[in-house]
Design a protein around this ligand. Structure first.
Ligand SMILES: [Zn+2]
Length: 296
C-alpha cells in the first residue's frame, strides 16, 4: 500500500487549506472572543506550563503520567477489529478490509460528542488528531474523547502549513500543539499518543524524518472522505464508501468539526459493517516514552 499518499493530495492542498480554515474560523473566533482575556493572560510558551506539570522534563515525563490511553472494554461488534501497537509508520500494516478511522481538527462542541456516541454504538475506536488551539478552548472535550477510549494524537497548535515554515519553527509549532493537548489531558492522568498528522497533508521529508527520530509517528491518509467540501452528508457517505471499496483497506481521513460528518457516520459505519470491513485501533507501542522532546 502506498504510504506516500499525502503527495497525491498536493493539487487540492489550497482548497483544503481554504475550506478547513473557513470551517474552523467560526469556532475559533467564537472561542477567541469569549476567551480573549484569558488568552492574553496566558503564558506565550505553553511548553513552559507543561514542563511545570511534568511533561516536558526528562526527569518526570514518563513516570508522572504512565498511560497514554487505556481502552475501556468494548462490545463484540462485528465492526470492531484488532488493535495495532504503533512505534513507526511501517507498523500500520493493514490487511484487506481493515480500516482506521481518523478525525482531524477538533475537538468541536456539538460535533465531537455526537461522533463519540456513534463510535460507542458500534463499539469501535478511532484516532483523533487534535489542533492544539481547539484543545485549549475545549479541554473538557479532549478529556471526553480520551474517556471514551479513543486514541488522541496532534495536528499542530494553529493548523499551520509547516511547508511554509523553517524546520525549527515547524517543530516548535508541533510541540506547542502536543503541549496544549497534554495540558488538557493532565487532569485525568492521560497523555496524547506520539501520533501526528500534517495539516493540509503538507509534509516534508526532513520533518517526517525528524519526527520519526523523536519517536513521533506520522499518520498518513489512504482514503480522503473529502468531508471539507460543501456537500450533503449523503454525498460524503457515498463518496467515502466508494473510496474505501476502491482501496480495499486504509486510513480514512474525516473531520470532527463537520456537521455532515457527524450526520453521515452512523450509516457509514453500518455500510462498512455490512460489507465486511473491520475498524482497527491504533495504539502507541511505547507508552512510557517522553511525549515532548527535551530542549535542544
Ligand atoms: Zn486539519
Amino acid at each position: 500500500m502506498n504510504r506516500k499518499v499525502s503527495n497525491r493530495f498536493g493539487s487540492h492542498t489550497m482548497r483544503l487549506a481554504q475550506f478547513v480554515m473557513a470551517a474552523a474560523a467560526s469556532s475559533l473566533l467564537a472561542g477567541c472572543a469569549s476567551n480573549q482575556a484569558a488568552s492574553l493572560a496566558r503564558p506565550q510558551d505553553p511548553a513552559g506550563k507543561v514542563a511545570a506539570l511534568g511533561f516536558a522534563g526528562e526527569a518526570r515525563g514518563a513516570d508522572a503520567f504512565p498511560l497514554y490511553q487505556s481502552f475501556r472494554p468494548v462490545s463484540h461488534s462485528a465492526l470492531n477489529g484488532r488493535t495495532i501497537a504503533v512505534a513507526r509508520i511501517s507498523d500500520i500494516a493493514l490487511r484487506p478490509k481493515e480500516v482506521v478511522l481518523t478525525f482531524d481538527d477538533g475537538p468541536m462542541p456539538g460535533k465531537t460528542s455526537k461522533i463519540l456516541e456513534t463510535l460507542d454504538d458500534y463499539g469501535v475506536g478511532a484516532t483523533f488528531l487534535m489542533v492544539g488551539e481547539m484543545a485549549h478552548y475545549h479541554p473538557d472535550l479532549v478529556r471526553e474523547v480520551a474517556q471514551h477510549g479513543h486514541t488522541i494524537g496532534t495536528h499542530t497548535y494553529r493548523h499551520a502549513n509547516l511547508r511554509t515554515m523553517s524546520p525549527d519553527a515547524a517543530m516548535a509549532e508541533i510541540r506547542k500543539g502536543q503541549a496544549s493537548v497534554a495540558e488538557a489531558l493532565a487532569p485525568i492522568g492521560r497523555r496524547p499518543a506520539p501520533f501526528f498528522r500534517f495539516p493540509y497533508l503538507a509534509d516534508t521529508q526532513s520533518l517526517r524524518k525528524r519526527l520519526a527520530s523523536e519517536g513521533i509517528t506520522t499518520i498518513d491518509v489512504d482514503i480522503d472522505s473529502k468531508d471539507y467540501f460543501r456537500s450533503s452528508a449523503e454525498s460524503v457517505r457515498s463518496r467515502a464508501l466508494d473510496a474505501v471499496e476502491k482501496h480495499g483497506r486504509g486510513i480514512i481521513l474525516m473531520h470532527d468539526i463537520q456537521t455532515r460528518t457527524a450526520a453521515m457516520l452512523p450509516q457509514f459505519l453500518a455500510d462498512l459493517k455490512s460489507r465486511g470491513y473491520t475498524v482497527v485501533r491504533l495504539s502507541p507501542a511505547d507508552r512510557s516514552a517522553p511525549l515532548v522532546a527535551s530542549a535542544e
